[in-house]
Design a protein around this ligand. Structure first.
Ligand SMILES: [Zn+2]
Length: 269
């Protein structure tokens, strides 16, 4: 991943997604916001004990770094529902967030966000049909294969071919810290192949395998390889800190160019 800085806010980008034109994305660190205490400082999660106005300001800053525009989040519940964001959704700021664990859109100028602290944020882009997705995949999301649901939705809604997709698996609980002492009860046997110690699992590898099984090309999947629990200097980690914030993972298609003059040269791209 590449480290970037804008307006005092640090964020990370994937090389594969950065190479695409007209795509905006970033994995934000915990720094550069207004939250205090355990939520310091760029917390975008509406968690107990946090001041709502701080979350609003932090989300505004996140969107501004990527050029602004509606920033659409979801109420995440560790399921496999995918919210398709339309022009109407983007304009209807009064409606509360949908309950889902993935967002997809092909509306230019809309930013999709998930909020995480150990769960995997997965970004997807179809550069052919100009569509994007962001997925919240904790271990429960991996068990229900929420990333495959997001790929399937892009196929159904936009005609995406999985082989065209470019994917990024963001900072999250790494194999170093992915301890599941009750794995025999919690994790289905189909995922036991990803157990790397007595009780440790590599959920980055699970997501990669699930994306590949959904048809995404292995060479188009990038893994940040950064463990949030090991890196609380940079990211929020629920396992390490318990009372903590959530950092933002965001992707969107850039706004379309406005026609400058009505001289018949209006661009349609
Ligand atoms: Zn770790």
């Amino acid at each position: 991943m590449q480290q970037r800085q804008k307006d005092g806010i640090g964020y990370l980008t994937f090389a594969g997604l950065s190479a695409l034109t007209g795509v905006r994305h970033g994995i934000f660190t915990r720094h550069g916001g207004v939250s205090r205490g355990p939520f310091a400082s760029l917390n975008v999660g509406r968690v107990d004990g946090e001041a709502p106005e701080h979350v609003v300001e932090n989300r505004r800053r996140v969107a501004a770094v990527l050029g602004g525009g509606p920033l659409v989040g979801i109420r995440q519940v560790h399921g496999r529902a995918v919210k398709v964001v339309t022009v109407q959704d983007a304009q209807d700021a009064g409606a509360g967030p949908a309950t889902a664990d993935a967002l997809v859109t092909n509306v230019p100028g809309v930013l999709l966000m998930v909020q995480v602290a150990d769960c995997q944020p997965v970004l997807l882009c179809d550069p052919v049909h100009r569509a994007v997705a962001v997925v919240h995949a904790g271990w429960r999301g991996s068990v229900v294969n929420v990333v495959a649901a997001a790929v399937r939705t892009m196929q159904d809604c936009y005609g995406s071919w999985p082989g065209d997709l470019v994917a990024g698996i963001g900072p999250s609980l790494g194999p170093c810290c992915g301890e599941f002492v009750n794995y025999r009860r919690e994790i289905p046997e189909t995922l036991w192949a990803f157990r790397i110690g007595p009780h440790h699992f590599d959920f980055w590898a699970v997501t990669r395998a699930q994306l590949c099984a959904a048809g995404v090309a292995p060479g188009r999947i990038e893994t940040a390889g950064l463990c949030t629990r090991c890196r609380t200097d940079t990211f929020f980690s629920y396992r390490k800190e318990r009372t903590t914030g959530r950092f933002a993972a965001v992707i969107g298609m850039a706004p379309e160019d406005r026609p400058e003059v009505s001289d018949g040269s209006r661009r349609t791209a």
